[in-house]
Design a protein around this ligand. Structure first.
Ligand code: GRF
Length: 193
């Protein structure tokens, strides 16, 4: 059974969608714990409300990666809570080899573009500036790169002439909330085989 350790830095709406899918019987998984590098992140508030273990992980001295002592602590925390699969849901740090090795093939991420297009920050702005007619979201396995790794699910949205970064990102977010539970259920089925 998938026992999810969910990592996020912000709002946690994707985590919420995953928890809703579990509660609604659309996803065969459990939430082991929710871990954030941001003490007052909404994702931790949501986790407390849902009765999941909500854990703040101090990632200092690093600003953009999960490394060193914090990485080791993350591995311990996941194991202590029985987690066997990592879901990155708006976690604003680069995952380094320690965690990638400890959970090889068991870390996934969601990104707000149709990868390999527009990896990295500000994917919505990148799409608007490139003038593409469609964008979307991608759930993918995490490897050593930034938003690289095998793709599990993609969902598309149109890019409208009137779009701002905000309206486009809102449209993509709606699809993310469908794509993430769908990707996880696909993995759950594959593991059960
Ligand atoms: C999503 O747009 C996701 O694609 C990106 O971070 C955002 C997280 O949103 N990786 P939320 O915290 O799940 O609301």
């Amino acid at each position: 059974m998938l026992n999810l350790a969910i990592f996020g830095s912000g709002s946690g709406s994707n985590y919420q969608a995953i928890a809703d899918a579990i509660a609604g019987g659309r996803l065969d998984a459990r939430v082991a714990c929710v871990i954030s590098d941001t003490k007052d992140a909404t994702i931790l508030e949501r986790a407390r409300k849902l009765g999941h273990s909500a854990i703040y992980l101090d990632c200092a001295p690093f600003k953009t990666k999960l490394d060193g002592e914090a990485e080791q602590r993350a591995i311990e925390l996941i194991k202590e809570h029985g987690g066997n699969f990592i879901v990155l849901a708006g976690f604003m740090r680069i995952i380094k080899p320690g965690l990638l090795t400890a959970f090889a093939g068991r870390i996934i991420n969601i990104h707000p573009s149709l990868l390999p297009k527009f990896p990295g920050l500000e994917a919505g702005r990148q799409a608007l500036e490139a003038g593409v007619k469609e964008s979307g979201c991608t759930v993918h396995f995490v490897d050593g790169g930034i938003d690289t790794g095998p793709i599990i699910v993609q969902r598309k949205v149109p890019v409208l002439p009137s779009d701002t970064v905000e309206t486009l990102m809102n449209r993509i977010h709606v699809q993310e909330h469908i794509a993430y539970p769908e990707a996880l259920q696909k993995i759950a089925k594959d593991l059960a085989r």
